[in-house]
Design a protein around this ligand. Structure first.
Ligand code: GLN
Length: 532
């Protein structure tokens, strides 16, 4: 097993996750099986209870674990699906250690960070690497070198480095190279953060310098000299127009060759699908604009996977997707409004804030024949909108939003009532969905059985299905033997499609999610017709 560890210095938000995922991609292109592990030094067990305002999107894995959005980058870049085991947090490690202590496994010893916590970290990493049958294990350590929370993990990595052969281990350190007022590239922050790393007994093999522009040869030389790495091991990672270009930047910088040399490996393949995808992406000349109507529109990355899936749909449909952020609460306050866009997307969400604004956006899309895609909460609100305004069930709602609604068209199934604790009872992860032939859903997926990821608690109330369908909204897919509705569509609309599941989590740049492809294609058609 070869281990590549990615650490970060100077500050957070440098794109360490993208760097790690891009390195993973380089090895995939060279014909290697890569497995990622993300270490999040926070004390939470997982990201399920974390607020998107603070933390960005919660990404859902196939086994239902709710994780940091970096795992999404890994799945999209590397193309492998991972499980909750691939996300290690301080909470998970300490829980294990404390369980062992209570069971008496430590035989009366004093339980300490070194060796007990560090052993647990090393065991976890090695077990996941072994069980995945991969050849390259990519480990990203969240946070910045020097953070108190990260110390036990860096210490565990230091020990691992000593225990593994040198040719099986590479450390990549990502730092910031800022420009001063005169536009000069400054290396001091990098020098300081490498010094910090070395005080912990770790020596970087590669330094990736994040900078708004390409690193100059003189900058690389200086970093190499002061940080004790070879000049060819200083890699420029300048701002890219799109994150998917980063693997190509690394190729230009010959990072793949350097790491191969360090790890004593030979390339077995030179796969081109990533490069081809980026080329296609860069030559799109048509554009569509899509409104995302949500609650967290001001938060960078709160709807990251949706943004990425729209991009994937665009690459397939042949157009660039421009996103217009619409705050759903604003739509509650205005009188009549227009949205000058080619498609409207209502994403997942929880709670009543802004919900009526989202319902207004859905009504607007339905009545004006504008392409619409609803996801999870967006699906539920589309059903509510239809029930109220087409079926005539005044006051129809979800019991999540109004417990006393006269028409609970969205409700908990009986077995879920009463056990509604935060983080506890959600329906999460991969679930098989059955699609009815002859529907839009079937024409998009081309299959009767698909597996999609879920993250919700409420369902379409079975008592209302017949009434709703009699007025034209078709439930074209279901799960759980027909007890739960999974897709709703309007056959007479230009494109009106909503899913109870989250198709965005399985969308890949070169394998886009069918609902997103259908939606962006419809938006492009709409745009072209508008222009005539
Ligand atoms: N709040 C809704 C539910 O719990 C939708 C969840 C979501 O959009 N992820 O069912």
């Amino acid at each position: 097993m070869k281990y590549i560890v990615v650490t970060g210095g100077v500050m957070s938000g440098l794109g360490k996750g993208i760097t790690a995922a891009s390195i993973g991609r380089l090895f995939v292109d060279m014909g290697y099986k890569v497995v990622p592990i993300k270490i999040d030094p926070y004390i939470n067990i997982d990201a399920g209870t974390m607020n998107p305002f603070q933390h960005g999107e919660v990404y859902v894995l196939k086994d239902g674990t709710e994780v940091d959005l970096d795992l999404g980058h890994y799945e999209r870049f590397i193309g492998e699906e991972v499980t909750g085991d691939h996300n290690i947090t301080t909470g998970k490690i300490y829980r294990k250690v404390i369980e062992k202590e209570r069971r008496g496994d430590y035989l009366g010893q004093t339980v300490q960070i070194i060796p007990h916590v560090t052993d647990e970290i090393k065991n976890w990493v090695r077990r996941v690497a072994r069980e995945s049958n991969a050849e390259i294990c990519l480990i990203e350590i969240g946070g910045t070198v020097g953070d108190i929370e990260g110390m036990p993990f860096l210490e565990a990595i230091r020990q691992m480095h000593n225990e593994e052969r040198d040719e099986d281990f590479a450390l990549v350190h990502v730092t910031l190279v800022p420009l001063d007022a005169g536009g000069e590239q400054k290396t001091k922050p990098t020098q300081h953060s490498v010094k910090e790393l070395r005080e912990l007994g770790l020596h970087p093999d590669v330094i990736v310098g994040r900078c708004s522009e390409k690193l100059k040869p003189s900058t690389k030389k200086k970093i190499a000299l002061f940080c004790d790495v070879l000049e060819e091991a200083v890699i420029s990672n300048e701002d890219a127009e799109d994150i998917y270009e980063v693997p190509l930047i690394f190729k230009r910088e010959k990072l793949d060759e350097y790491l191969m040399k360090k790890l004593k490996l030979e390339p077995r393949d030179s796969r081109k699908e990533w490069e081809d995808m980026v080329k296609r992406m860069k030559t799109l000349y048509e554009e569509v604009s899509i409104a995302i109507v949500g609650k967290y529109v001001d938060v960078r990355d709160a709807y990251l996977s949706i943004k990425e899936a729209l991009k994937h749909g665009g690459i397939e449909a042949g157009c660039k997707v421009n996103i217009v952020w619409v705050d759903s609460e604003d739509l509650e306050e205005v009188g009549d409004f227009t949205l000058d866009v080619d498609g409207i997307l209502v994403p997942g969400g929880f709670g009543s804030r802004g919900a009526e604004g989202k319902i207004r956006a859905i009504k607007y899309a339905r009545e004006n024949d504008i392409p619409f895609l609803g996801i999870c909460f967006g699906f539920q609100l589309a059903v509510i909108e239809f029930a109220r305004n087409v079926v005539g069930l005044s006051g129809a709602n979800s019991t999540e939003l109004d417990e006393n609604t006269p028409h609970p068209v969205i409700d908990l199934l009986p077995e879920q009532r009463g056990i509604d604790e935060k983080g506890g009872t959600m329906r999460l992860g991969d679930i098989e969905v059955t699609i009815k032939p002859g529907t839009i859903a079937y024409s998009l997926y081309g299959s009767e059985k698909v597996i999609e990821r879920h993250r919700h608690r409420f369902e379409v109330n079975p008592e209302y299905i017949e009434k709703i369908e009699s007025k034209g909204l078709v439930f074209s897919a279901y799960s759980d033997g027909g007890r739960r509705m999974e897709i709703a569509e309007l056959p007479d609309h230009t494109f009106f499609f909503a899913t109870q599941f989250h198709p965005e989590f399985k969308s890949r740049p070169y394998k886009p999610s069918p609902p997103f492809v259908g939606f962006v294609k419809a938006a492009l058609k709409y745009r072209r017709e508008e222009e005539i």
